[in-house]
Design a protein. Structure first.
Length: 528
């Protein structure tokens, strides 16, 4: 399929708006992780917080960033094409439904926190203090689920209206609150006889609230003020939950997968849960900045074209998103894989985060990084199926890939340790993406050349060339330098990867793509 330059630029523009905003948010997220590493290291305390945080965060995947978001946006676009009042009515129907549903779940989490921790981290029962700490943190963070679900609803509405920058910047408020609470409350809590780690739980809860609150002015700006719906269970709200329904099965499968990996991680080494968390946070930096931004942009543009009946434009949007994802994600893979130890050392190794933690975190980061291009593809394909009202396909693909992941991890983790859990995640998203690509190709009648294009081969050649250029830095000593010299060396290494990658693409004839990407990025930075 011929890639439309206009559609490529349209997707690129929307993606960059979200990517730039997400970049600032993710940088703050790294600062948050740095403060957390310096204050608490990779210890039993951080393991307790991460297990407690995982419970509301898992539910968020359903109500915020997962099946609900993918089901809501196409339905909202459809309502908005009919009239502004209908889309406003749908938004507040879902607001109150989400508020009551997630509020009930939050209450249940508070009441049954001991049973939940016993399920998610049975090894913690051997340490009563750690178990009690994790239970208390779960209760503190329970409201986070409601706040972040409503924040995602606002974000979906604003993205549908082609407002991308501020909603993508909203998660920065979560990171700011977490940092402020760690710096401001840790000492105060300790003076009053409480564990300082509670500051992280309070920060997460308040951060979720701020993530929703900062988007409210935009809701008013676009005349979507609050209203009490005439009825909650309208045809369109039913449609959203009907689309969501099959996602519940995929969600249940995901929870089983995460439950197994959490149990395996807590049963290996003290700190393993934290090493996986820190490495996954670094992996999530390009995922959030690039993959999620491109996926969200594709969902809005694809849904709009598909609902209008313009299938050729919808396919062109998908092709543009697919190419843009690989174009931007591949150099990120080279950076994370080739410089994993250096990145972890510079960002985290201080305070209670020692060299052993750097080595183990870098090891896990390499395993995650391999899956980066497939994760980018996954973020595009899953919402596309929801826009097509074919939500059962990603659910079945998810169940199949998760079953494979569980088998893989149960078999190999006892032999090779916690890093297998990171590699299992990569294997899972690889299999998932392959299944989705085959199914979408059949449904949209896409030729094999849609996925395997000469342009993709050029990207692969450029990526290998940039990895080769990185090897020239092997003779430069890094780990025994001062922090400022380390920052300089790492910056130069990253620049050499990006320069080589861009140069090879230019030599191979991809001048328009490189110029468009760099030009739009610089313009957006200047405006921001």
């Amino acid at each position: 399929m011929r890639l439309s330059q206009n559609k490529f630029m349209s997707v690129l523009k929307s993606s960059l708006k979200m990517a730039i905003a997400t970049f600032f948010s993710r940088i703050l997220g790294l600062v948050r992780e740095q403060v957390m590493a310096a204050y608490f290291g990779a210890s039993g305390l951080t393991d307790a917080f991460l297990v407690a945080y995982r419970i509301p965060n898992l539910l968020r995947d359903l109500f915020a960033e997962g099946a609900f978001s993918s089901a809501f946006v196409p339905t909202f676009v459809e309502a908005n094409q009919e009239s502004k009042e209908k889309s406003r009515e749908l938004m507040w129907q879902l607001f109150w439904l989400l508020f009551f549903i997630t509020g009930t779940i939050c209450l249940g989490m508070m009441i049954f926190a001991p049973e939940l921790i016993g399920l998610f981290a049975p090894a913690f029962k051997n340490d009563p203090e750690k178990f009690k700490l994790t239970v208390n943190l779960t209760r503190i963070m329970a409201p986070f689920l409601t706040f972040v679900s409503l924040a995602a609803l606002f974000m979906g509405v604003l993205n549908s209206l082609k407002v991308f920058f501020i909603p993508a910047l909203a998660p920065a408020s979560y990171n700011v609150m977490s940092i402020v609470c760690m710096l401001g409350l840790s000492g105060l809590l300790q003076l009053n006889g409480y564990e300082p780690i509670y500051s992280l739980g309070i920060g997460a809860m308040l951060g979720g609230f701020m993530q929703a609150a900062v988007q409210v002015p935009l809701i008013y700006k676009y005349h979507l003020q609050p209203l009490w719906p005439k009825k909650f269970w309208s045809d369109r709200s039913k449609k959203v939950f009907r689309l969501l329904g099959p996602g519940l099965f995929g969600f249940a499968a995901t929870q089983i997968n995460l439950l197994v990996t959490t149990i395996l991680a807590t049963g290996t080494l003290v700190g393993a849960t934290s090493w996986l968390n820190y490495s996954f946070r670094l992996f999530q930096l390009p995922v959030g900045i690039l993959s999620v931004s491109i996926g969200n942009s594709n969902l809005v543009h694809f849904s709009e074209a598909w609902k209008k009946g313009d299938k050729d434009l919808a396919k062109s949007t998908l092709a543009s998103s697919y190419f843009l994802s690989f174009l931007t994600v591949m150099p990120a893979l080279v950076i994370l894989y080739g410089l994993s130890d250096e990145i972890v050392n510079l960002i985290f190794e201080r305070g209670r985060f020692d060299r052993q933690s750097t080595i183990y975190t870098g090891m896990a980061l390499k395993m995650y990084a391999i899956g980066l291009p497939f994760y980018g593809l996954y973020k595009i394909l899953v919402p596309t199926f929801y826009a097509l009202d074919r939500q059962k396909v990603p659910v079945l693909a998810s169940i199949a890939s998760i079953c494979l992941n569980i088998s893989f991890c149960l078999t190999l983790t006892p032999l090779y340790g916690f890093k297998i859990l990171a590699l299992g995640t990569t294997l899972s998203v690889l299999v998932n993406s392959i299944i989705l690509s085959i199914a979408l190709g059949k449904y949209l009648e896409l030729p094999l050349s849609f996925y395997f294009t000469p342009r993709l081969i050029k990207i692969l050649i450029a990526s290998l060339s940039s990895f080769g250029a990185l090897q020239l830095w092997g003779m430069v000593e890094f780990f025994n330098q001062s922090i400022w010299l380390k920052a300089l060396i790492l910056s130069l290494e990253i620049l050499s990867i990006l320069f080589t990658y861009s140069l090879v693409l230019l030599i191979l004839g991809e001048r328009s793509a490189v110029e468009a990407l760099v030009g739009k990025f610089l313009k957006k930075i200047k405006r921001s």
